[in-house]
Design a protein around this ligand. Structure first.
Ligand code: SAH
Length: 354
């Protein structure tokens, strides 16, 4: 058996209660209070397990902040708005956004910063960079006000269930035991009404995924934006409807076996943006826009050049490598997508295809 401390706890739960869904397994791995991956550590950055766009370059948070600032201006610069981020990691993105938003007259006076974060370790990191924030457990706890929201690599961390096509129905992929080792198995056939519409586009044996927590979160955001105004920028990897097993584990910047060291690797899955758009109604959803194209439209090229002027190597070379990493098609530029939510009748946030 794996020597990760969480492995025997998961094994004994399976021994007592039977196989668990992938979502239950992910939730334990990420959020077990004593051994959960996010519950106990800061996994980000070069020394951690993976690196995210805001940790690669300050330009990412600056441009996302300014895009929300533009959306705020386009909606008549309302007073008393909420500037929110879901899963802010180390707080880098929000700190960069706030610095850039000083250039938008009136925005910072009108906005209060609210962060949705479940990890105590990451809340502490965020407090060091964004001291003025208020923290919440979930989107439903945000104040009722026009909502300008960013979520980068948040939705990919939500636990998913996986279903394998079996005739005209489904079997669920579950985590069970093979001796003492964790193994993926299949449940008996079961009805999944939420997947009825996927029967048309799937073949025998294909896997589809559902993130059970996603619809309520997206609905909360979309309802607020439609009723009160605002805009959301959601950035993640994934596509319009996910197909196949996209569960992946990353540890030490390398792919890992999701079952090998529970609690000690990051577990994520591709985001189904179609599910986000559907649940986000009554707000309007933009089309999916590749991250590289989105950042280029927001002027990342000019910003990169301006910053490079004041730099000398090796800082300059690593700055330009960061620009490339965020935008180039073969790096993060095409894999990561941006979707905006905005009120019907309002202009879409800048940079997005609609
Ligand atoms: N946005 C950051 C961090 C991405 S990692 C960046 O781009 O660097 C995922 C973040 O979401 C972490 O901060 C994690 O603790 C948080 N998170 C994941 N699931 C969550 C949930 N259900 N509720 C609140 N925060 C969550």
């Amino acid at each position: 058996m794996s020597d990760a401390p969480l492995a025997p706890l998961i094994a004994s739960r399976i021994a007592a209660d039977g196989p668990m869904t992938i979502a239950e397994y992910m939730a334990m791995c990420l959020w077990h209070p004593a051994h959960g991956y996010y519950a106990t550590r800061d996994p980000l950055g070069r020394a951690g397990d993976f690196i995210t766009a805001p940790e690669i370059s300050q330009m990412f948070g600056e441009l996302l902040g300014l895009a929300l600032g533009q959306a705020w201006l386009d909606q008549g610069a309302p007073d008393a708005v909420v500037l929110a981020e879901l899963g802010p990691g180390r707080g880098t993105l929000m700190a960069d956004a706030l610095r850039a938003l000083r250039a938008v007259p009136g925005f910072l006076q009108a906005a209060e910063v609210h962060l949705v974060e479940a990890s105590p370790v990451l809340r502490a990191a965020q407090a060091r960079l964004v001291g003025e924030a208020t923290w919440h457990e979930g989107v439903a706890d945000l104040p009722d006000a026009p909502l300008f929201l960013i979520a980068n690599e948040f939705f990919d961390a939500l636990p998913i269930r996986q279903f394998q096509r079996d005739g005209t129905g489904w079997r669920e992929r579950v985590v069970g035991l093979d001796g003492k080792a964790l193994r993926i198995g299949l449940s008996d056939p079961l009805p999944v009404p939420a997947l009825d519409e996927r029967l048309a586009g799937t073949a025998e044996g294909q896997v589809v995924e559902l993130a059970p927590a996603l619809p309520a979160i997206a609905a909360e955001i979309g309802t607020r934006i439609a009723a009160r105004g605002g805009a959301a920028l959601i950035i993640d990897y994934g596509d319009w409807m996910s197909l196949g097993d996209t569960l992946q584990a990353v540890a030490g910047h390398a792919p890992a076996d999701p079952l090998a060291r529970p609690g000690e690797a990051d577990l994520t899955a591709h985001v189904d943006f179609a599910a986000l758009a559907r649940a986000g109604r009554p707000a309007r959803a933009s089309r999916l826009t590749a991250q590289g194209r989105f950042l280029e439209r927001l002027g990342i090229g000019a910003r990169a050049a301006a910053l490079a002027q004041g730099m000398s190597d090796p800082t300059r070379a690593s700055h330009l490598a960061g620009y490339r990493r965020l935008t180039a098609a073969e790096e993060m530029g095409d894999l990561f997508k941006v979707m905006g939510l905005f009120p019907e009748g309002a202009p879409p946030p800048p940079g997005l295809d609609v």
